[in-house]
Design a protein. Structure first.
Length: 270
């Protein structure tokens, strides 16, 4: 069993690799679009998801903690889809959403600018200039997003277990390489990694519940979970909100005890 995340630089061929790999392994293949759809089950409209992931941040436009809260809704949706431990995800920064706590094979697929331009021109019947503009816009958004939320450049090769240059290796060979890697011990779950997965899922579900509940959505909190024990820290605008937080958190399936260390106050959000 393994979870495979494939970060697909725009028009790099990663989608084809992901779909073929999923067929070879018999795993579900999930795209960024599937995650957006699943996130809507948490009551977050797609317009808010797009705003959180694509549009530039604005303290004036976003309520405190809103962008991070929506990010956790998206993480919860992805984790729920992969809860059986088998998944191939292709899209932007799946490895960042899932963190480094458990059995994830992190793959990046790259290609030259000329390869990407040609692919964009064919897919969209676009001119060369239009294709270049589209690619640069998407690349800029991706770099900005990863730096803003995680303080990293998603193109950094050290964030991945393997980088595949699609112009130096065929699709079939790339897929077979990844099939073999999923069988390595380094990417097999054990008791510790399964628990880490469950803890991260519970943290994300609690965070999503707090964001969606009108009594607590104004709070800026952080959630940590371990074996069903949940610790919530951060700040809220009133004692009433602080009192509501543990009650809302306990509604999430899997939550045992809740320790609320949220204080009343405010601070700047970056």
């Amino acid at each position: 069993m393994a979870i495979v995340t494939i970060s697909r630089g725009t028009y790099s061929g990663a989608k084809t690799i992901a779909e073929q790999l999923a067929r070879e392994l018999g795993y579900p293949c999930v795209s960024q679009e599937n995650i957006f759809s699943a996130a809507k089950d948490f009551g977050v409209p797609e317009s808010e998801i797009n705003a959180a992931l694509i549009k530039p941040p604005s303290i004036l436009r976003l309520s405190p903690g809103k962008r991070t809260a929506i990010l956790n809704v998206i993480r919860a949706a992805l984790l729920k889809l992969s809860h059986d431990g088998n998944l191939v995800y292709h899209g932007f920064a799946g490895h960042l959403l899932l963190g480094g706590a458990f059995h994830v094979l992190r793959v990046r697929v790259i290609a030259s600018m000329e390869y990407r331009i040609d692919a964009a021109m064919r897919r969209h019947a676009a001119t060369r200039e239009q294709a270049i503009a589209r690619i640069r816009r998407r690349d800029k958004q991706s770099v900005y997003w990863s730096r803003y939320l995680y303080g990293v450049d998603w193109q950094d090769p050290t964030l991945y277990d393997i980088v595949l240059n699609i112009e130096r290796i065929s699709i079939d060979d790339a897929v077979q390489t990844l099939v073999r890697m999923t069988g390595l011990g380094s990417f097999q779950p054990d008791e510790a990694t399964r628990q880490a997965f469950d803890d991260l899922l519970l943290e994300s579900l609690v965070w999503a519940e707090l964001h969606l509940n009108p009594d607590t959505q104004s709070a800026d909190v952080r959630v940590e979970a371990q074996n069903g024990q949940v610790v919530i820290t951060g700040s809220a605008g009133s004692e009433q909100v602080v009192r509501a937080i543990p009650d809302v958190a306990r509604r999430v399936k899997g939550v045992g005890t809740v320790m609320c260390e949220v204080g009343v106050g405010s601070h700047w959000y970056w």
